[in-house]
Design a protein around this ligand. Structure first.
Ligand SMILES: Cc1cc2nc3c(=O)[nH]c(=O)nc-3n(C[C@H](O)[C@H](O)[C@H](O)COP(=O)(O)OP(=O)(O)OC[C@H]3O[C@@H](n4cnc5c(N)ncnc54)[C@H](O)[C@@H]3O)c2cc1C
Length: 364
């Protein structure tokens, strides 16, 4: 008899499994995919770690979480500094003095502030849609070159049809600082994310290629408790309906080049190019291999059965989720956690914090 049957080997499941085992509990991990790690899993090709489910950069301001992950793996000093490509013109992100100098030829922060203030002023009333909201925050030039096309591709709709509330704020930095994140700590595990997952699951019994929802009868009564990190609607066999997600499609190519784009993440901000980003994976780990791998990331409508990426937290889905959550609360002996079971976007540091809280509450 196991103490915990853990469904899903992503960060939530793996952290829970590690802590439970450390506290003397007997755990079994089931994983639907043929590999462990969930969405942080990397496939190694010619010594380059390919982020299979989208680019992952670890960042946190929580020292406890930073120390926690550093006990398993060392992090390199990668700093995410994406570049935007608008019709062949390159701009630094996030919006900062490097961006403004390139856009307007200005030199000082005060000149940049004046330019943005002047352009914002065209919106005089409460913004009625995302376009007006973005212009009211950063002005026309930044909106037109760096926001419009990218956002329209992401949502599959024109900015004038999207609600204003989607963009609450657009950070603008009046310093020459291209670091995308404001967090205190940042990096990529040396040797890749699989090292972190392997360290968490070291010595733990894991069965891959097993969908718990399809083989529940077989695992009935095998453990005192179940920790379920799969989609909450799938657990209940979609009996209240299906929660929606935004999908992504990845196209990965091997190139006989040492360095294709000089940066890990290049955003394509014009609408005419169908992908939103090109990821050159080797740059996450300062690779010097003779070849390179690049992945084009296409936003896609999600169909049931496909990989679920981003929850669509609109009112309709949130209502449905609340009903599933009520069912989950009544489910004896099952803990629901992680991005799919809680129908919530979690960054990696937050999902680790959530798993630690959950397992600590459980083990007291
Ligand atoms: C495109 C993209 C980019 C991201 N980039 C970043 C980033 O740069 N920085 C950051 O901090 N965070 C990032 N994230 C968030 C990060 O991926 C999540 O925080 C993390 O993966 C959540 O872990 P999890 O364990 O909750 O879920 P998952 O990683 O999805 O793990 C759940 C696991 O459960 C398995 N499973 C599901 N159903 C079943 C079943 N029925 N039976 C058995 N197994 C099952 C799944 O196969 C999966 O392996 C990104 C997310 C996406 C989508």
């Amino acid at each position: 008899m196991y103490d915990y049957l853990i469904v899903g080997s992503g960060l939530f499941g793996s952290v829970f499994a590690y802590e439970a085992r450390k506290n003397g509990k007997k755990v079994l991990v089931l994983e639907r995919r043929l590999h462990v790690g969930g969405n942080v899993y990397c496939e190694k090709l010619e010594n380059i770690n390919i982020h299979k489910y989208g680019a992952h950069i670890f960042h946190t301001s929580d020292k406890k979480i930073w120390d926690y992950v550093n006990q398993f793996v060392e992090f390199n000093n990668y700093v995410n500094s994406p570049v935007a490509n608008y019709k062949g013109e390159l701009y630094n992100l996030p919006f900062n003095m490097n961006t403004f100098t390139k856009l307007w030829g200005i030199v000082t922060p005060n000149e940049a502030i004046s330019k943005i203030e002047e352009q914002r002023a065209v919106i005089k009333e409460e913004p009625k849609n995302l376009e007006e909201q973005a212009i009211s925050l950063v002005g026309m030039d930044i909106y037109r070159k760096l926001i419009k096309g990218y956002t329209e591709k992401q949502w599959g709709r024109s900015c004038t049809e999207l609600p204003a509330f989607i963009i609450k704020r657009l950070p603008v930095r009046y310093t020459f600082d291209n670091n995308y994140f404001n967090d205190r700590y940042q990096g990529i595990p040396v040797g890749g994310y699989n090292k972190l997952i392997d360290a968490l699951l070291d010595g733990i019994e894991v069965r891959t290629g097993v969908d718990y929802n399809e083989s529940r009868a077989e695992y009935e009564g095998i453990a005192q408790k179940v920790v379920y990190t799969g989609p909450v609607d799938a657990y209940f066999d979609y009996k209240l309906g299906q929660l929606e997600y935004r999908g992504l499609r990845f196209e990965t190519e091997r190139l006989e080049e040492v360095n294709h784009q000089g940066v890990a993440v290049m955003n394509y901000t014009e609408r005419e190019i169908p992908y939103t980003r090109i990821i050159e994976h080797k740059h996450f780990e300062f690779g010097t291999q003779p070849v390179t791998y690049v992945t084009k990331e296409y936003p896609a409508n999600w169909q049931p059965g496909e990989e679920a990426y981003y929850p669509v937290n609109n009112e309709c889905n949130q209502n449905l989720y609340r009903q599933y959550k009520a069912l989950a609360n009544d489910e004896n002996g099952v803990i629901f956690g992680g991005r799919l079971a809680e129908y919530k976007y979690y960054d990696m540091d937050d999902v680790i914090a959530s798993a630690l809280k959950c397992v600590n509450d459980e083990l007291v």
